[in-house]
Design a protein around this ligand. Structure first.
Ligand code: ADP
Ligand code: MG
Length: 696
């Protein structure tokens, strides 16, 4: 099947092919993303109006929408321009008025001839003690009363398209529903009591009350599942293709790993051990690894990464680890260099700062295989960087990298295994949606002996007190991060705020004690400041969010975050994770600028209540929604029209399992269910995925 299946043609035809839809309406709908009858089908109503006929408006709890049969009485044209045109009407028990603004007289007299019987439907309210219906939604002769649906679905509209038109368009699309073979696993379908696809759409567009609008209504749930399933099938196809592409088998000997582990003063956590084993097994397998290592801040990802790099070296190859910033790349170098030395492994760094002869020499050594492990920024995948035998590519703090870079890096080493690390815990549903093509290892355990960080929410009105406390802490030899926010995304204003705070704290605490780092600083100055802080010479580090990810200074035990209310939850969690790494009790002060909004307070309170990054991520997702959480633009997240990623994580998990199972059983999707699943992919516009289906 190379093209779109014929059964789907009517659903992908132009909108004008629906009766009652002209080119103008089609254009308007297209603006709202509705380009074909198919899109109408997946635009489900968000509400429903009960338009069941009743005898009279008497006794109704006004205001509310009512449908009654009336006799038309006198018309009262407006007394002044722009005034209301009133039409007296009477149902079997009560009199009221229909009210129109800006209506033409001839239109109204045709619509509502005096003495005629009409069925009217609309919102009735009291005005000056008189019941009135302003601009009825429906006015029809009694013989046509059936054209008013008893339950009228209410749709999101694009400008210029009214409910009636939308309803008619949707009905037109529904009339074209083809009978498609079922793509959902029959056992699943039965256990969930889901209707078939066409039936589900018909029902979803004909809700009879709030229950039918709930995501848990069987027909809606089924349609949501279809979206998830198509998405997961696409990811599973991508995964299958990557796995089919030959990888390299890197079988570690354990020799170098042992040397390093024996030299450490502590033991691996159970989670670290497990992740290491999962990674080693992937690397030893002939398929290319594509794995995500998810760990909360401070869970010890770096060591796991290093162990994986050692597997590559033990197997006779090389590894590379890429960090999102220069600072982090340097820190990796610092942290790993002593371990590498103990293992007799050559570790080097490559960043944008490497230039000229030095860079050339590094590249030559890399190509000759004299450098075993390379850490660096994205400079490690510039075109002229070549390895002798690249086995493993690690991308650290993935959320700052696009999916594209991930691919580029993998392409460097012809078939290198890829490990992506993220320090931002992602709720399960998001991880499934975004990394569904990957296998996932989770570090859900922190090294023992970590002390909880005491978190307090403090108004900036008490800044002087905070500084006073800080003075005492500094006298005791403690170290502190002081984070200034990014103001309105403007680097300059951002900087001004940080510089101002820097001067203020220097004046209050003493010249040599306080340092400043920010993104615009010349790199060597920034390094100097970081080094001074790391060595303990400098005790207070004022910073913009450049310190956000990964910095490790165990002696730092105080974190002050100014204007915490404008940071994202994940970011705050990351920042707080910079402290609580050493022996001392740690404190995190979340300073806010009053007044604090309700949601602002709730967010900060979550941080005060828990240090569990996964828990915080769930709350974040709940409060902000998926797109916002990771930034829709680069998120690589699909837009689901019906499914709700936040609230239907379980469904997504089922879809992943099912998609992988279907593909394992029928890799070319040529069996009965497989062919139905192909139709689903076309239906869901996953055309790209169809190209991934293996032939034969
Ligand atoms: P993250 O997951 O945030 O990248 P790191 O890898 O930076 O965490 O580790 C945080 C700190 O914990 C480092 O100082 C590291 O040396 C230490 N660490 C890592 N694993 C263990 C362990 N099993 N026991 C004790 N400390 C550990
Ligand atoms: Mg880290």
């Amino acid at each position: 099947m190379s093209g779109r299946p014929e059964q789907l043609f009517p659903l992908f035809a132009g909108l004008e092919t629906l009766s009652g839809i002209g080119p103008r309406t089609a254009r308007l709908l297209a603006r709202g993303g509705i380009e074909a009858p198919r899109d109408l089908l997946f635009s489900l109503p968000y509400s429903v109006v009960d338009r069941r006929r009743r005898e009279t408006i008497r006794g109704a709890d006004l205001p509310c929408t009512l449908t009654v049969e009336v006799t038309v009485g006198a018309h009262r044209p407006p007394r002044s321009r722009g005034g209301a045109w009133r039409v007296q009407v009477e149902d079997s028990q009560a009199a009221f008025q229909l009210v129109f603004f800006h209506a033409r007289a001839d239109y109204l007299s045709r619509l509502l001839p005096v003495g005629a019987r009409r069925v009217v439907s609309g919102k009735v309210e009291l005005f000056d003690g008189m019941a009135q219906m302003v601009h009825p939604d429906h006015v029809v002769p009694v013989e046509e009363a059936a054209s008013i649906p008893e339950f009228e679905p209410v749709y999101h509209l694009t400008q210029g398209v009214g409910q009636k038109l939308m309803y008619r368009a949707v009905q037109g699309a529904l009339a074209r529903l083809p009978d498609l073979e079922e793509w959902i696993d029959p056992a699943l379908l039965a256990s969930r009591r889901w209707p078939g696809w066409a039936e589900a759409l018909r029902r979803a567009h004909a809700p009879r009350g709030a229950d039918d609008l709930a995501p848990s209504a069987p027909e809606r749930e089924r349609l949501a599942y279809d979206e998830f399933f198509a998405h997961q099938l696409t990811l599973a196809l991508a995964r299958a293709r990557e796995r089919k592409a030959r990888g390299i088998q890197s079988i570690g000997t354990g020799r170098l790993q042992r040397k390093v582990l024996e030299s450490l003063p502590w033991r691996l956590t159970g989670a670290q051990q497990r992740a290491m084993e999962e990674i080693a097994a992937d690397m030893a397998a002939p398929e290319r690894m594509n794995r995500l290592l998810q760990g909360d801040v401070g869970s010890g990802k770096t060591l796991v990464a290093f162990m994986a790099l050692l597997v590559a070296v033990e197997a006779g190859g090389q590894g590379v680890m890429m960090a999102p910033t220069e600072i982090l790349a340097r820190q990796h170098l610092q942290a790993l260099q002593p371990l590498a030395e103990r293992a007799g492994v050559v570790l080097e760094i490559l960043t944008g700062r490497d230039k000229g002869a030095e860079r050339k020499a590094k590249l030559a050594a890399l190509k000759a295989g004299d450098i075993h492990i390379l850490v660096g920024t994205h400079a490690v995948f510039q075109d002229d960087v070549a390895f002798r035998d690249l086995r493993l590519a690690i991308v650290d703090e993935q959320h700052r990298f696009g999916v594209r870079q991930r691919k580029e890096l993998a392409e460097k080493g012809v078939a290198a295994d890829v490990l992506v690390m993220t320090a931002t815990p992602i709720p399960r549903s998001l991880a499934l949606a975004r990394y569904g093509d990957m296998d996932v290892s989770v570090l859900d355990e922190k090294p023992p002996g970590r002390k909880p960080v005491k978190t307090a929410i403090v108004s900036s009105a008490r800044l002087d007190e905070v500084v006073e406390h800080l003075r005492c802490a500094v006298a005791e030899g403690r170290q502190c991060y002081w984070v200034c926010p990014l103001v309105e995304e403007s680097e300059t204003r951002d900087l001004t705020a940080a510089e101002e705070r820097f001067r203020h704290l220097r004046a209050a605490l003493g010249e040599g004690v306080v340092g400043l780092v920010h993104g615009q600083m010349p790199p060597d100055e920034r390094d100097a400041a970081m080094t001074a802080f790391q060595s303990g010479r400098m005790q207070v580090l004022v910073a913009t969010t450049v310190i956000e990810v990964g910095v490790d200074v165990p002696n730092a035990s105080i974190m002050v975050i100014e204007r915490a209310e404008i940071f994202g939850l994940a970011q705050l969690h990351q920042l707080r994770g910079r402290v609580g790494r050493g022996q001392a009790d740690s404190t995190c002060l979340l300073l806010y600028h009053p007044p604090l909004s309700e949601s602002g307070r709730r967010r900060l309170e979550v941080l005060r209540e828990t240090e569990d990054g996964f828990r915080i991520a769930e709350v974040d997702l709940e409060m902000r929604g998926a797109g916002d959480l990771i930034g829709t633009a680069q998120s690589g997240l699909p837009k689901f029209r019906i499914a709700d990623l936040e609230r239907q994580a379980g469904l997504m998990a089922t879809a992943q399992t099912d998609a992988r199972a279907l593909l394992a059983a029928d890799p070319s999707l040529s069996g009965e269910r497989g062919r139905a699943a192909r139709v689903l992919l076309w239906l869901m516009r996953q055309d790209e995925a169809i190209g991934l289906i293996s032939v034969g």
